[in-house]
Design a binder for this molecule. Sequence first.
Ligand code: PLP
Length: 460
Amino acid sequence: MKPEEFRRIGHEVVDWIADYRARVEDFPVRSQVEPGWVRGQLSALPERGEGFGPLLADLDRVVLPGTTHWQHPGFFAYFPSNASLPSVLGDLLSSGLGVQGMLWATSPAATEVEQHLMDELVAAMDLPRSFLGGGVIQDTASSAALVAVLAALHRSSGGTWRRSGVDGAETVYVSSQTHSSLERAARLAGLGEQAVRSVPVSPSTLAMDVAALAERVRADVAAGRRPVLVCATVGTTGTGAVDPLREIADVCAEHGIWLHVDAAWAGPAALCPEFRDLFDGLERADSFTANAHKWMLTAFDLSLFWTAHPGVLVDALAILPEYLRNTATESGAVVDYRDWQIPLGRRFRALKLWSVLRWYGLEGVRAHLRGHVELAALLESWVGASEDWELVTPRTLSLVTIARRDGDDATRAAMDRVNGSGRVFVTHTVVDGRFAIRVAIGAEATREEHVRALWKALDA
Ligand code: PLP
């Protein structure tokens, strides 16, 4: 494709995206296709190039019916995955530049824009100053959890982990509400499931029970085990529970344990001063994750990760084959982000975040977050006034977890009914054996009318 062809077809593609977004609300939120339908529509690969037209036609014919529309204003499922149009443009620019930023030398701008943004966000989110210079963009919070576990293993071994690996004594602590990516990270790090301790939570808030954590750590130490990492969560996946960071940090400090804070969903809320109480104690964390690709308007994938100990992380992961040697690296004056992550290669992801932050400004992003929290408070008030529904756990930010008072069957039936309508999409969790609907408000296009329509449909 020549640049002039790209210009012409690129305009068509941008038109296609703009048209799609303009009418996204006309589609059923959830794809209605049966398994195998999409594949059944696809033809053999062409021997000769066919241009772009047939592909665009297949987007309309096959891809759109087979798509669940995460940008639909009636999308209340899982957590939001905002892909604002400025971030789409940033993504396009990143692909257009086509750089691979594994080393500073392979594209200085990719590294330094990222460093700049990560440090600027430390100030904007009022994160601890210990994170300055310790920020890096990961693809996902799952990768961030893995690098946190690896750095923690390295530190806890006194720097021998990269040579000797694990010795079987290591333990990792999560709560029963922690995201499954932590257990997977421990498994990937070679610890095995037996090394992962699931600490109970307070029955009313579902936050980690710190006394239980302390007891479990003490018992493990007494038994000759080596506690390596505790993962605390601000905004659990199931119900948005918030673990008490400060008290957990006390336990970690007593035993030299790495404290990783997973705020994959709720993290962007730190941009708003009025939500910062949720992060009280964060200055004592060793690492912290917040997903820009959930609630910060940035197209998947872009996970913000900070550590107060980048030196430990780099020492754990650094590897320098001959072909990557270069004078900039040897000067010690640059950051090579390849040593801060699992893969070698890396995209210029910072461009899409930069596009978002410059288009909306910090105030614009705050307005986005605040708008959703206000809508969630409204829904909470309707639920509070209802005789048939109740909150299952306290609301956190824009996540409201609700159930029918007359039992699981009724709650499940209401969920199936509203999801069947195609106008909205909600998903569920189970809280202490009780089936509950999670209403995660966070699509960019969601307005009061959409939340009102959801409530009307649920409460019908
Ligand atoms: N942590 C929490 C609290 C989450 O809610 C999720 C996903 O919903 C994750 C981690 C995993 O996120 P990612 O898909 O970026 O790995």
